[in-house]
Design a protein around this ligand. Structure first.
Ligand SMILES: [Zn+2]
Ligand SMILES: [Zn+2]
Length: 299
């Protein structure tokens, strides 16, 4: 089983509003189930509902691999409210980038220091293995034991052996504060690419197109309409996010099987996200806008 679930699809900040109920207001978080193993992509407020679901239905004890694209608030603020992190039986393997002059452990620790939060990261009862990685690393996940292992790209296999999943990284520099990691997860011959908080280039980001080549699923930032990105009223160029067309350009260039539009602008209501989806479908029919609760199984 290769199952992707969207727990938070919103960018920037959570939006508890009536006009966003169809797509959802929680910020970035996905879970990827690889038979028995669980990978979590980012820890925005969507992580809180994932934690509630695990608390109710298991697995118990939980072992999970948590990958951070970067540590802006909308990708991190669910972690202090992730229920399984407060259980001693939980083992979390947490991977992410350094940013500016701070190493990855410092970044996670600082977010939960007083006066920002009453409980420190260390005080959460779970065992947390925090590892800073960069794009020269790959992660090999043993699905049976749920143990991830960091390798250099030279040591990593091109295709994961049976019973393992391969996670690779491409650094995207076009996002404020040191860029982000795009992640690819390959398992049982299927491949998904997660590319959020990326700002594209005209005709498509060539490095990302290479990284996403032939993917079964590309989840791509599509925060802006064209006139918001570069219009007379709103000009979001340089903010580190893409127009829907930039996502479509990457999907076409990389010849992916399906494009998922992601990191919805919090000012956009459901009807505006519908419009964004319609724009994408015109040029790349296998497109759809992510919504909270969307489940995609790759077989
Ligand atoms: Zn974001
Ligand atoms: Zn960001």
């Amino acid at each position: 089983m290769f199952k992707v679930t969207f727990w938070g699809v919103r960018g920037s900040y959570p939006v508890p509003r009536r006009d966003v109920l169809r797509y959802g207001g929680n910020t970035t978080c996905l879970s990827v189930e690889l038979d028995g193993a669980l990978v979590i992509l980012d820890a925005g407020t969507g992580l809180i509902n994932l934690g509630r679901a695990i608390d109710k239905n298991g697995p118990d004890p939980l072992t999970a691999t948590l990958l951070f694209t970067h540590t802006h608030h909308d990708h991190l603020e669910g972690l202090p409210f992730f229920k399984p992190a407060y259980k001693a039986s939980t083992q979390l393997y947490i991977f992410g980038p350094k940013s500016l002059s701070l190493d990855f452990r410092e970044i996670l620790t600082h977010e939960m220091l007083p006066p920002y939060f009453p409980v420190t990261l260390e005080e959460m009862a779970s065992t947390k293995t925090i590892v800073e990685i960069n794009e020269l690393h790959s992660i090999l996940l043993d699905v049976a034991t749920r143990e991830p292992r960091v390798l250099s790209n030279d040591e990593a296999p091109r295709r994961p052996a049976d019973g393992t999943a391969l996670i690779t990284i491409s650094h995207g520099s076009n996002h404020p504060g040191g860029g982000i990691f795009n992640y690819a997860i390959t398992y049982k011959g299927k491949r998904i690419v997660f590319a959020t908080d990326v700002e594209g280039f005209a005709g498509g980001d060539a490095r990302l197109i290479h990284f996403a080549q032939g993917a079964d699923l590309l989840i791509h930032d599509s925060q802006y309409l064209e006139d918001e990105y570069n219009g007379p009223v709103s000009n979001k160029q340089g903010w580190g996010h893409s127009t829907v067309q930039m996502g479509v350009d990457v999907a076409k260039g990389a010849q992916v099987k399906e494009l998922i539009l992601f990191h919805h602008e919090p000012e956009h209501d459901d009807d505006t996200v519908d419009r964004i989806e319609a724009i994408a479908k015109k040029d790349f029919p296998h497109s759809r806008a992510a919504f909270e609760g969307l489940v995609i199984e790759l077989d």
